[in-house]
Every structure is written in C-alpha cells, then in structure tokens.
Design a protein around this ligand. Structure first.
Ligand code: XUL
Ligand code: CO
Length: 440
C-alpha cells in the first residue's frame, strides 16, 4: 500500500481570491482574516472537517458498493492504513486551511479483537495526532465514540437490554473522552446512534430512558473527574437508524436533560438534516436551543427536500444559512462550538479534489451567509421589527403581567372595562421576507 503524497491535485492551500477570482479553487467569500463584529471570520465560523464522511466512507449505498477506491482502504496492516489515512486527512486540513477537525474513535483507529486492543490502537493514533497537530495549526473541535456500527450495538448502547453492552459502551466512551481531552478537544459529542427502538413489542421506554440518563450522567461525572472543561453535546435526530430515536429533536432533548438533571453540563449539537427529518427547519432548532439555553455547536450539512433520509449533503443554500447564522450571531456567536462538516460528497464525486471543492464551496456559502447575517444584524433589519412587535410587553402593564402582579380576575376586569378594544396588527411576513432578500 502506497499513498502518494500527491493524492490531491492541489498542493497549495486554497486562498481567498475575492468575488471575481479566476481560479476554480479559491475562496470567494471566506476571507478568514476579515474582522466582522470584533472577530476574525475564521474565529466566528470555526470550521471543522469530519473524518467519517471524508476519509472512512467508501462511497457505497444500499444498492452498490465502494466507488472511491481510496488507497488507504486497500491492504491488511490496519494500523499502517490508519496512519496513511491520517496523512491524507492532515493534508486536506492543510489545503483547506481549516482550524478544526472531528472524529469517532473507530474512524481513526482500527477496532481490535478486544476493547483493550481497540483502546491501545486509539491511543497510538492519538500519539500520531499529537505530533501532527504540533506541526500544524489544526485543533480538535470534538471527539466521539461510535456506539452504533458494531453488531453488539444493534439493540442500542446505553439503552441496550443487556447491561454488559452498556458496560462495553462505557469503556469505549471513557477512552474516546480521554483522548479528546488529551488532544485539547473543545467539546465531546454523544450522538444516540441506536438509542431508540424498532418496535414497542420488545421495548420498555421508561427503563431505556433511565438507562440513557444514567449513561450521560456517568460521562458528565468522568468529564469533571479528568478536568475536561468543554461541554458534553448530545445530537438530536428523530429517526434513522432506529424508527424512533430518544433524542428526537431539540425540545425532546431539553426535556430529557431536565428530567435527568443534566442541563448544567450538556448542550446540543444541531444538524440541518436532522432538523428536516424531525419536521422542523434548521433555524427553528437553533432558535429553540438558544431560547432554552442549550445551544452548543452545529453539524453543518443539507438534506434533500424530496428524500426522507439523512443525505448529509454539503450545505450550499445561502439564504437558509444566513437566517441560521443571524440567530447565532444575535446571541453572541459560538463559544466552544463551531461548524462541523458532517457532510459527504456524492458517490459519483470520485476525484480526490471533489473533497476539496465540496468543502471550499460550502465554506464560501457559509461565509457569504455569515456576512449577510452580520449586515442584517448591524441594520437591525429583523431585530427591530421583532422588538417593535412585542413592544407592548415592555410597557408597565405588560411587565406587571409577566411579573405575576396581575391575577386572572384583574385582567378580566380590565378587559371588561368600557372602550377596551385591542386591535390586531399585521404580521408583515411578505415584507419581512423581501427584506431578507435584500441581504442574501
Ligand atoms: C449521524 C450523525 C453522526 C454524529 C456523530 O446522523 O450525525 O455522524 O454527528 O456521531
Ligand atoms: Co452529525
């Protein structure tokens, strides 16, 4: 097996060339050093390349196998292949000049014959990552453990009917959390891959929720024990792989965190395609997470409106992204979170440089949307009409109602007074929609 250092056609990092750049591989909007609202674009957007879609997925679908034929998927020395894959991954991070990456344990290191062997493999690759990170500027946005691919997890990890599977999952998460900590990870993610059910004929929902609550609590306790400062992020998704997932959407996750007293340590990693599958918009999930104080990070991608599954395409829709970023920026921007490309190229995109084009195109779409969002905020284009719409609540009577200084009878008596006749006002939706279009 020989992975040529010239795997990609490009060899110089993609540079900002402005809107009229001639090169097909240039940033047209993502000028990483441009300062917007007091921060460089790179520090606002905090882009991360994910390992699993970009370097592990071979291009298969339910009807056909691998199309990409990656050189690091051919051979028998699994650790050598993992090292070759890491070389290519860090080469892509360099070419894209991204500040972060993300991975699952099994993306980066082969599973061994026992958990002990898997953990040793993971730690050996983490040693390699430490060296590579020391000689590059890329950092770890988050790490996670894959608790859904192996057949042992077919009936769930934390929610498995067998406590020994729960225990195995705990062993995997301890190792992944500690490696994330060692590599300076800013968050740790728990996506409930198979924490759900296929049929209630064999499922005890209350028991499984209690198991999941216990599992997340154990992770939080361990995070404090080892001094990991970042938040634990759970990732809402309503279905796929199971028919019903316990972390259905933001509202469901909030209820879960509240019930198991986890709101202090756990926030949410929100993904566009998952929002769509739950019957919400991306902006809805972000706005609700902000309102409930559980917003953490974003898996940035795009579902297909005509397909009912998680297509994980690269996000390219500027108006949609602009509204999402508007709400994030309004609340002060990312803290530990960022924009993780949980996105995969289509299986016909078999040229190595398709990986570069996909990321560059989506980074540009995000940057363009972000600049539009910042302009909307600066002009108070959406915040002012909303403030005006609710202005009555800032008056003395509105404040008194919310402060609990009016009873139902007080309100009724006021409403019954002669001449009390409040009038409805326009919601001005079309005006607001056309206003947004001035910016995007
Ligand atoms: C699956 C998904 C995961 C998580 C990490 O739909 O989004 O890749 O982001 O486990
Ligand atoms: Co995701």
């Amino acid at each position: 097996m020989n992975v040529s250092p010239k795997f990609f056609g490009a060899s110089a990092p993609v540079a900002y060339g402005g809107k009229d750049a001639k090169s097909p591989l240039a940033f047209r909007w993502y000028d990483k050093d441009r300062v917007v609202r007091g921060r460089r674009l790179e520090d606002h957007l905090r882009f991360a390349v994910c390992y699993w879609h970009s370097f592990c997925w071979p291009g298969g679908d339910p009807f056909g196998g691998e199309t990409f034929l990656r050189p690091w998927h051919r051979g028998t020395d699994m650790m050598a292949l993992a090292r070759a894959k890491a070389d290519i991954a860090f080469e892509l991070f360099r070419l894209l000049d991204v500040p972060f990456f993300t991975f699952h344990d099994v993306d980066v290191a082969p599973e061994g014959a026992s958990l002990a062997e898997s953990v040793a493999n993971l730690n050996a690759i983490a040693d390699l990552f430490e060296q590579k990170m020391a000689s590059s500027k890329v950092r770890l946005l988050w790490g996670t453990a894959n608790l859904f691919t192996h057949r042992r997890y077919m009936a769930g990890a934390a929610t498995n009917p067998d406590p020994d599977i729960f225990t195995y999952a705990a062993g995997q998460v301890r190792a992944a959390l500690e490696v994330t900590h060692r590599l300076g990870g800013q968050n740790y993610v728990l996506w409930g891959g198979r924490e759900g059910y296929e049929t209630l004929l064999n499922t005890d929902i209350k028991r499984e929720l209690d198991q999941l609550g216990r599992f997340v609590s154990l992770v939080v306790e361990h995070k404090h024990k080892i001094g990991f400062k970042g938040p634990i992020l759970i990732e809402p998704k309503p279905k796929e792989p199971t028919k019903h997932q316990y972390d259905f959407d933001v509202a469901t996750c909030y209820g879960f965190l509240q019930r198991y007293d986890l709101l202090k340590d756990v926030k949410l990693n929100i993904e566009q395609n998952h929002a769509i599958l739950a019957g919400h918009s991306f902006q809805h999930e972000i706005a609700l997470a902000q309102a409930l104080g559980v917003f953490g990070s974003l898996d940035i991608n795009r579902g297909d409106d005509l397909l009912g599954w998680d297509t994980d395409q690269f996000a390219m829709n500027v108006p949609e992204l602009a509204l999402a970023f508007h709400d994030i920026l309004k609340a002060g921007g990312f803290t530990t979170g960022g924009l993780n490309f949980d996105a995969k190229i289509r299986r016909q995109s078999i040229d190595p440089d398709d990986l570069i084009h996909a990321h560059v195109g989506s980074m540009d779409a995000c940057a363009r949307a972000f600049l539009a969002a910042a302009d909307m905020l600066d002009a108070e284009a959406l915040t002012m009409p909303i403030a005006e719409r609710y202005a009555g609540w800032a008056d003395a009577e509105g404040r008194a109602i919310l402060a609990g200084q009016r009873s139902l009878a007080d309100l009724a008596n006021r409403a019954l007074a002669p001449g009390f006749d409040p009038q409805p006002r326009s919601g001005r939706q079309e005006y607001l929609e056309s206003l947004v279009n001035r910016y995007v």
